[in-house]
Design a protein around this ligand. Sequence first.
Ligand code: SF4
Length: 482
Amino acid sequence: MCGVFGVWAPGEDVAKLTYFGLYALQHRGQESAGIAVSNGRQILVYKDMGLVSQVFDESTLESLKGHVAIGHSRYSTTGASTWHNAQPTFHPTVDGSIALAHNGNLINTGDLAKMVDDLGEFEGQLELHVKLPSVSTNDTSVVTSLLAHHAGQTVEDRAVELLPRVHGAYSFVFMDENTLYAARDPQGIRPLVLGRLDRGWVVASEDAALATIGASVVREIEPGELIVINEDGLRSRHFAPSVVKSCVFEYVYLARPDATVGGRNVHEARVEMGRRLAREFPVDADLVMPVPESGTPAATGYAEESGIPFGQGFVKNSYVGRTFIQPSQTLRQLGIRLKLNALEHMIRGRRIVVVDDSIVRGNTQRAQVRMLREAGATEVHVRISSPPVKWPCFYGIDFATRAELIANGLDIEEIRSSIGADSLGYISLEGMIESTGQPTGSLCAACFTGDYPIPLPDESQLGKHLLETSLRTDTLPVFNNP
Ligand code: SF4
């Protein structure tokens, strides 16, 4: 996950545009937020732990003046959820500095970190700067360090040389003092769109962020494409051939329903998933209700197709983050209780179909079924608009380890029994994929199938705390100095 945003717009308040853009992308990451701004002479970075609205206030934004900015809202996948790992990352270069924001997750972070080590002459540059006692331990900082090493090259040429060696999922937005850059991995795992302002250009994880700031959508940035924007205009370069494998989970859960991904409106895709689910797993019931908010479009589709009335049976506290985004199990369990309340007058004495987008560990659904029974439901039928999640994601979603995934050890009847439902139905893989309207073979569905489109390295290269557990953390020439 993570939300990334970038704007190049002389004469505009780029920090505020970035703030509102990040606000629209808050659902993609809620652990920390940051904005980097350049006035043409220097880059300033302000970042902190928390939601976008907690990190920034009017006076902070007022202090961030310039014509180019990038922003980030973080959901951690490599590197702990700490201030040092908040983004944008920042790094000095021989002739200035760069800042970078990343949505995705890399799978050769260890190799890239070794490349940083091998840059012997790099240490000479670092002597010019104060080294902070703590270092970042995220995959993003390693790429920032490598990009910063561009002696004798432009940042653009360095990016074109480096990006083919970066493996995994990345939608990068980065900047130097005068130029905005955006790049998407050759598989296009995570989304990234280009937009136009009257007086500039914008890039963002989702087009909803463009609408928020009044920018028009130009197009999606292509897999394997680098975009460069400065006073000379916009240039596009392809740094690697594309083999499109976009994340199907963006359609199921991750993206906002008002986003368009791969030319398909996400809300429409979710409604279609609900319709197909109703055909694949019909049931006699009195009420179809969603798990708000992400289950709502699929529940409307299920109700439409089945003819069973649709209604709200849960009230959601919108100010509590998505449960699986929160980094610890303890917080996750607390989140379940904080998040939902059952509407007893809608539920008592009724046979309920409750529609959700996915089951990861099963804790959430078990709590919800219990809540519905306590509110008086006579039957609870659970319908899920994605197939069983059996495999971890290494491309930017910190679902769980394989052992924690309920569908890894249990079959569907055992999962039904474990969550306490009267029946359980998951949409088929084909049904989910067809609902997205994407060409066959152009989606990653590895968390359902185990078929990873970017070959995984051995386990020693993977893991959220790769750079924290290795001996490298005290030697990495990486620092974030806002
Ligand atoms: S493994 Fe699943 S969540 Fe991860 S990129 Fe592929 S489809 Fe998306």
